[in-house]
Ligand binder design. Structure first.
Ligand code: 4NP
Length: 160
């Protein structure tokens, strides 16, 4: 099982989402490779934003080993679930899909997790530490629900 978390820069939201989702899937005994990527390559090779590193660390999660990388077309075939942080990322990702099967792997995270149609994780880049904390709490709830849904979908696939 391969799971990819995607935002714009891959330094604020998706690194947090990667760290949180890895922990949630592990908790639910799902063997998964979890990664993250950005829709732009501006921060390629860079560490997560220090505010994301601090926020994750405050919750006991180390994301400091992560490095930013841009999303690439081959990711669509490699990953089983691709979660966009906001609807702009979602629209950009969908443009990479050539087939209905590829399209079906791409989800808006908050929507997949049941928090509302077209619901996005706000970009905290121009915000302060409390905005990063709000994003963490949002992602924590969303990744928990998404992990539970993945468990359910996988068990349904096994039965079918
Ligand atoms: P992220 O936040 O998409 O959550 O990583 C951003 C980081 C950098 C930029 C935009 C958003 N930027 O324009 O450089």
């Amino acid at each position: 099982m391969n799971v990819l978390m995607v935002c714009l820069g891959n330094i604020c939201r998706s690194p947090l989402a990667e760290g949180i989702m890895r922990e949630k899937l592990n908790k639910h005994n799902v063997k998964a490779f979890v990664d993250s990527a950005g829709m732009i390559d501006f921060h390629e090779g860079g560490l997560p934003d220090h505010r994301s590193i601090v926020t994750a660390r405050n919750h006991g999660i180390d994301i400091s080993m992560q490095r930013s990388r841009p999303f690439k077309k081959a990711d669509i075939d490699k990953f089983d679930y691709i979660f966009a942080m906001d609807s702009n990322n979602y629209e950009s990702l969908i443009e990479f899909a050539d087939t209905p099967d590829q399209e079906s792997k791409i989800h808006l995270l908050m929507e997949f997790a049941g928090f509302g149609i077209r619901r996005s994780v706000p970009d905290p880049y121009y915000g302060n530490l409390s905005d990063f904390e709000k994003v963490f709490e949002m992602l924590d709830k969303a990744c928990e629900q998404a992990a539970q849904k993945i468990v359910k979908q996988q068990s349904e696939l096994k039965i079918a």
